[in-house]
Design a protein around this ligand. Structure first.
Ligand code: FAD
Ligand code: SIN
Length: 520
């Protein structure tokens, strides 16, 4: 099948839905998502969204906190723009019907998280993301100009390469004409042509063995742009969340929000002793890279596979009121957090880098925009400040929409695009080739390219990735397309990019921490 739209949006998380709602007055919009519409990291966000809403706080303080977390390599203009835009975008979310908790005098109830010098996290209990996704999705479903299609897997963005022209990383004017999409119901690859395409495909947590990210987070957008010869940056900066619930059988790992440490919960070792005083004077509320490394080190020293978060002193009433979702989840697996310490361990959580975009959300490929976690804007630098990502997603969805609304008037649909050719492809009947390689990849990345790295570990990862890359390309080139083989290919591409950029960074900076470059 062939389809034509003014605006094509890949991804139905906060970034994709926000963009779709804004451009919908200016043309026909299609939002595609590979799973159910609500599935994505957005739905799982607990802590909230950072914004300076009252005079007791200031933009300058939020800017400073973001720059400190980013370890000297944030784009300062981007940081200022994003943070100053935050109140407008929050008001807009409220207009869309998204609820945030308020206190008894009608003011937003603001939480504080690690690295923030003030209380500035708007939240809805401990289910902020689910509430945002609900509000935005409802608006999108009710909009007459937006078509939302679930279970549609974007395989590749269409460029001059598909018209038979040679495209390299040095080709100056690469153009995006739309996307090839695998329909999970018909198993056919459809051609979606668009004047403007937005990638809002989320993160890549599934590159690692333990992650808080949902199963959809396989770095598809990043890998598509890599194959299309677009520019990617900062891929080495993968953020590990210090406190995912230790429940080995569960994937994704359930998150224990940092807001719980903001409310007073304390990290402890297996003997019940505090240990953060050995690592940072901000103790359990130090920036999350420091906390994740401290936990990793304590686990390595003691051989333990988890540590604890102690929230017992916060009190049952406060825990049930402020963290109902976490309270219920832990109880479900036999942990009463008012009486028992919570077993935790770090998990891959957020990709700071990705598809390089300017302040308008435009990528290096013409007519292709990116927003949300798959993009690299310069806001996060070497390390993302907690709760700045939902903010980045809404600010950049807005900027991209404003720019695309003008751009769309100057673009025509490219009619010369051929349909997908699957002649000669055979059905891969050995799923083990895919599932085993995926596990191998996750082990390689967790062991060699995780929280603590070294030149030797990175070299090992690189060599092993090369082998599974070649095996998987060979399988891909003769197989009928399936979501599983496409995701594996994308995970390998992302793992390669993370490892390659980590190898190129000959220093310790932000989230990239190597024992070979310890700071004096
Ligand atoms: P997502 O919400 O992940 O959506 C991605 C979309 O793309 C999905 O619809 C998916 O189906 C679709 N997609 C992907 N690939 C394809 C493909 N090939 N074809 C078609 N569709 C595709 N950030 C904060 O600021 N505050 C928080 O409190 C917070 N808590 C978090 C808690 C958890 C457990 C996690 C995992 C993340 C948290 N984050 C938080 C990070 C934040 O939630 C994400 O960065 C953000 O939601 C990403 O939004 P997004 O729109 O970019 O992507
Ligand atoms: C959390 O709630 O701890 C996660 C916040 C974030 O990832 O920004």
């Amino acid at each position: 099948m062939r389809y034509e739209f003014d605006f094509l949006v890949i991804g139905s998380g906060i970034a994709g839905l926000s963009f779709a709602l804004k451009v919908a007055e200016y043309g026909k919009v299609c939002v595609l998502t590979k799973a159910d519409a609500s599935e994505g990291s957005t739905k799982y966000a607990q802590g909230g969204i950072a914004a300076v809403m009252y005079d007791s706080d200031s933009f300058d303080k939020h800017i400073e906190d973001t720059l400190v977390a980013g370890d000297g390599i944030c784009d300062e203009d981007v940081v200022r723009m994003t943070i100053c835009e935050a109140p407008n975008r929050i008001k807009e979310l409220v207009r869309y019907g998204v609820n945030f908790d308020k206190n008894s005098d009608g003011m937003f109830d603001l939480h504080r998280e690690g690295g923030h010098s003030d209380h500035r996290i708007l939240h809805y209990k401990d289910s902020t993301g689910a509430e945002m996704e609900r509000g935005l999705l409802q608006e999108v479903r009710n909009h007459p100009n937006i078509i939302l299609k679930e279970n549609q897997y974007a395989v590749d963005i269409i460029t001059q390469h598909h018209l038979g022209q040679k495209v390299t990383r040095h080709t100056p004017d690469i153009e995006c004409y739309g996307v090839y999409v695998l329909n999970s119901e018909t198993h056919k690859v459809d051609t979606y042509l668009a004047k403007i395409t937005l990638l809002a495909t989320g993160g890549l947590g599934n590159v690692y063995a333990t992650t808080t990210n949902p199963v959809i987070a396989t770095g598809d957008g990043v890998a598509m742009v890599h194959r299309a010869r677009g520019v990617l940056e900062d891929m080495e900066f993968v953020q590990f969340h210090p406190t995912s619930l230790y429940n080995p059988q569960e994937r994704p790992a359930f998150l224990i929000t940092e807001a719980m440490r903001g409310a007073g919960a304390i990290l402890k070792d297996l003997k019940g002793n505090e240990f953060m005083q050995k690592y940072d004077k901000r103790l359990s509320l130090a920036p999350r890279d420091i906390v994740a490394r401290a936990i990793d080190n304590e686990m390595k020293l003691s051989g333990a596979d988890h540590l604890y978060l102690d929230a017992r002193h916060i009190g049952k009433a406060h825990l049930m009121e402020g963290f109902p979702n976490i309270y219920a989840k832990c109880l479900e697996i036999g942990i009463n957090i008012a009486k028992d310490m919570i077993p935790i361990r770090p998990a891959a959580h957020y990709q700071c880098g990705g598809i390089s975009v300017d302040k308008n959300g435009e990528s290096s490929i013409h007519h292709l925009y990116a927003a949300g976690e798959c993009s690299r804007t310069g806001l996060h630098g070497g390390n993302r400040l907690a709760s700045n990502s939902l903010l980045e997603a809404v600010v950049y969805a807005h900027n991209a929409a404003m720019h695309a609304i003008e751009k769309v008037k100057t673009v025509d649909i490219c009619q010369q695009v051929p349909d997908w050719n699957s002649d000669g492809m055979v059905l891969n009947e050995e799923m083990i080739l895919i599932t085993q390689t995926r596990k191998e990849l996750q082990e390689i990345m967790s062991n060699y390219v995780g929280i603590v790295r070294s030149d030797l570990r990175l070299q090992r990862a690189f060599d092993r990735l090369n082998l599974i890359y070649r095996e998987t390309e060979d399988l891909y080139n003769r197989s009928v397309l399936t979501e599983e083989i496409c995701e594996l290919r994308n995970l390998i591409a992302c793992a390669y990019l993370v490892t390659k950029m980590a190898r190129n960074r000959k220093e310790n900076r932000g989230l990239h921490y190597s024992i070979d470059y310890l700071r004096k």
